[in-house]
Design a protein around this ligand. Structure first.
Ligand code: FES
Length: 622
């Protein structure tokens, strides 16, 4: 980076990916406040709370102040950690802002901005003059009024139509209005738009844990509304495998699970659209992406193929199904488009994320991880994309963790070690600490390693002053019970083992793809973390516990819900949809369960420090 003027300097902020301008010799906090980047400073910039920590990756700042020497450890200062309210800007800077220093609302920024493709939806709205206002000779039929309007290509001999749609057009043309808005999808007449409303499309990202819905106006592409609900199937299994097993025991249960999720979507859509002034009847098209198990369970397809090797889905092709046949309460002629699953354990959601991030076109090698109950990983090298799926399980969502909870009020979301070696927790909202969420537990492991309470094998160090007991098991209390901490929040030895398995599965998958591509991790130019969890975790924490190879922090980018962004793009662009379908056939899928070195890679990846992982890899000769 070079200086941009006598007094003016540029500050490049990671992982926000923003560049802001500042003046030489002002403190970093002043620049950030001016640019509306809000840090979690409890002392208002007086240098006493130590909450406004940053990491200076490149460029020069003034020497550490007395306050910084008191609040930061020697190791922190050596690594380049500074306090934003103390450090003076001396030139252009590249700064990493840890999640712990950003206020929660600000972290939404790292969810990334959806970039809409050129607008060219498969569903189009055509204006046709009504019978009452027809001029010239008598029309031959109701349909001829639409063909005369020069709208969608309507065959002279025949026309594809939904029967319900045709009835609606006829009634609409005769209802006395001067014109009707007819809706076509790829040449098929679907119906008419309600007077005063628009034709809507809905993109759905059907996750194992959450369902995200985004509604768009199909005449303009404009976003109308969005919402997220928990997946109503969750009581029948927190992860994909349990849910599949539930259905395998009794095939009828498949219909029950399908009904549950469809009803959940109906309910969510009716509330979300009513609040925006629309009706579910205004929805003519749905694009639904999801992992392959969710895809099958939504459609009520048999799941036997997914549960047993070689883990084959029912279809590798895109599907179009009438919404009414699925029990979705939308316009009667509405269609649901489901992009193709890639493999048994890499679904159309990952395909959507690959397309939304333009992984194929990026300067590679480039890695994309969609972290969740199942973590899909893709590695692009010279335009070729290899992908795999890692069974990371629900621990990242806080499930299977003794005091695990979703990232809601009262959840511990971050843990730090202060200069005196004490643990400090960050809790969501004002509520007393009630449990720990996924990002919190990763952060806790990183802090416990740093404090020396945790060994790199994952064992809580016996005799360490920070290690005590909970319910007869070795544990570290992050928030001691009593006073404001009420029952307290602890991380137990079993919790740590759960996270080790989850992070080990992800690391093993990444190592397998690097080995298959024949490149070392040092050649990777960019690492994209997608998914809601990928947006909230702190990349510093995942590097600290060796969940990924030791990539430089500055190549890691958080890209938010890329699967949802891809689904929205497919809703608004037929071309985007076609390119996704082509790409699905080009992806090289690596089935990890049939990959001989996986067990050794996984065993080595369970260690919690880079040194220990590297030692184990060489010992296991992987
Ligand atoms: S804001 Fe409190 S130390 Fe900087």
């Amino acid at each position: 980076m070079s200086a941009s003027g006598d007094n003016e300097v540029r500050l490049y902020l990671l992982p926000l990916g923003m560049t802001v301008r500042g003046r030489r010799d002002e403190n970093i906090l002043s620049v950030l406040v001016r640019e509306k980047v809000s840090l979690a400073g409890a002392c208002g910039g007086r240098g006493s709370c130590g909450k406004c920590r940053l990491l200076i990756l490149e460029g020069s700042t003034g020497p550490p102040t007395t306050a910084e020497k008191e609040l930061l450890s020697g190791e922190d200062l050596r690594r380049g950690t500074r306090l934003a309210c103390q450090a003076l800007v001396k030139g252009d800077l590249k700064i990493y802002i840890p999640a712990s220093s950003l206020i929660r609302e600000q972290r939404l920024l790292v969810e990334g901005v959806w970039e809409a493709p050129p607008f060219e939806p498969p569903v189009k709205v055509v204006r046709a003059r009504g019978a009452a206002s027809s001029t010239g000779g008598p029309p031959r039929s109701d349909l001829s009024l639409i063909t005369a309007s020069g709208g969608e290509a309507v065959g002279a001999e025949a026309m594809r139509t939904d029967l319900e749609g045709l009835k609606e057009v006829s009634l609409g043309l005769r209802s006395g209005g001067s014109e009707v808005h007819a809706v076509f999808r790829d040449g098929e007449l679907l119906g008419t738009v309600r007077p005063g409303a628009g034709a809507l499309g809905v993109a759905v990202d059907l996750g194992t844990t959450k369902v995200a819905l985004f509604a768009h106006e199909l005449s303009s592409g404009e976003a109308v509304s969005s919402c997220g609900i928990p997946n109503p199937q969750a009581p029948y299994g927190e992860d994909v495998i349990t849910r599949l097993q539930h259905v395998l025991e009794d095939r009828e249960r498949g219909n029950d699970l399908a009904r549950l999720v469809r009803e959940g979507m109906n309910e969510a859509l009716s509330g979300m659209l009513a609040a925006a002034g629309y009706s579910t009847r205004d929805v003519f098209e749905v694009v639904l992406v999801g992992n392959t198990a969710m895809h099958h369970l939504f459609l009520g397809l048999p799941v036997e193929g997914l549960a047993r090797s070689p883990y084959m889905p029912v279809t590798h092709l895109p599907l179009e199904v009438k919404a009414r046949d699925l029990g979705l309460s939308l316009h009667p002629a509405a269609m649901v488009y489901l992009p193709p699953p890639v493999a048994g354990y890499v679904g159309s959601d990952h395909l959507a994320a690959i397309c939304a991030t333009r992984l194929k076109e990026r300067e590679g090698p480039c890695l994309l991880l969609d972290i969740g109950t199942n973590t899909e990983v893709s590695l692009q090298v010279e335009g070729r994309i290899r992908c795999c799926s890692c069974a990371s399980g629900p621990a990242f969502e806080g499930m299977g963790i003794s005091q695990g909870m979703r990232a809601a009020e009262g959840a511990v979301e971050g843990v730090e070690v202060d200069a005196a070696g004490r643990l400090e927790v960050r809790v969501i909202g004002e509520a007393p600490p009630a449990g720990i969420c996924g990002s919190g537990i990763l952060s806790a492991l990183a802090a416990l390693l740093k404090s020396g309470a945790l060994e790199d094998s994952g064992r809580l160090r016996p005799g360490h002053p920070g290690v005590s007991e909970k319910d007869g098991e070795a544990a570290c209390w992050l928030v001691p019970p009593g006073k404001g901490g009420r029952g307290g929040v602890a991380v137990t030895q079993s919790d740590i083992r759960e996270i080790q398995k989850a992070k080990g599965a992800v690391r093993a998958g990444v190592e397998a793809l690097l080995a298959e591509a024949g490149i070392p991790h040092t050649e990777v130019k960019e690492v994209l973390l997608a998914g809601a969890f990928g947006s909230y975790l702190d990349p510093m924490d995942i590097l600290s516990i060796a969940m990924l190879p030791p990539f430089p922090l500055e190549i890691i980018r958080q890209v938010g819900n890329a699967a949802g962004a891809g689904a929205r793009s497919m809703l608004l662009s037929g071309d985007f949809r076609r390119r996704a379908e082509e790409l699905a056939g080009d992806l090289d899928y690596l089935e990890l369960s049939a990959y001989p070195p996986l067990a050794r890679l996984f065993a080595a990846s369970m260690y919690l420090t880079e040194e220990a992982v590297a030692r184990a890899m060489s010992r296991f000769k992987v």
